[in-house]
Design a protein around this ligand. Structure first.
Ligand code: THU
Length: 171
């Protein structure tokens, strides 16, 4: 690391939360993500991801990952859930829970964090809702849970502001 780096190591430490310390709403969102995990269409990776988004009005939309023989055409669970919320007329997203597990290895203690593309999409919707979307990462057995936010996961993000775009009519 360059000596004048502004990035401190501490910022990468995952803050884990004991399940009993989650709010009821956070816990329900994790459960909604877990509930769709097994619906993943994942013949290629056998990796299961469930995501559930919460809108400001309290609605929950959940989805799993959908893979494709053209690997690059795979759609992650997070983007499926956000698309589902949007096409249901709800895009004021304030939180998202993500969970994952694999058929290829024993249960992991590592929570599944959203991939880079999903972080970018979550960031876009944080600009629509006008709030730093809470991101709850949980192992499928809820033994490990971390609570963070999209601005923490994607600092110095590129968004509508960089394009001097006014997206307020989409809120
Ligand atoms: N996956 C997600 O659904 N979300 C992520 O943020 C990371 C990866 C899916 C895509 C693919 O179906 C499988 O997990 C393995 O990459």
């Amino acid at each position: 690391m360059l000596s004048n780096s502004l990035v401190s190591r501490e910022s990468f430490v995952m803050k884990t939360v004991a399940i009993e310390n989650l709010t009821q709403k956070q816990d329900e969102l994790v459960d909604a993500a877990i509930a769709v995990l097994e619906t993943a269409y994942n013949p290629y990776s056998r990796y299961f991801v469930g995501a559930a988004v919460l809108t400001r009005s309290g609605a929950v939309f959940s989805a799993s990952n959908v893979e494709n023989a053209g690997y690059g055409s795979t759609i992650c669970a997070e983007r499926m859930a956000i698309g589902k919320a949007n096409s249901s007329g709800a895009r004021d997203i304030i939180a998202i829970a993500v969970t994952g597990r694999s058929d290829n290895f024993e249960k992991s203690e590592i929570t599944a964090g959203p991939c880079g593309s999903c972080r970018q999409v979550i960031y876009e919707f944080s600009q629509v809702s006008g709030c730093d979307i809470e991101v709850i990462l949980a192992t499928a057995d809820k033994a490990n849970v971390a609570v963070t936010t999209i601005e923490e996961l994607l600092p110095y993000a590129f968004g509508p502001k960089q394009l001097q775009m006014n997206i307020s009519k989409y809120s």
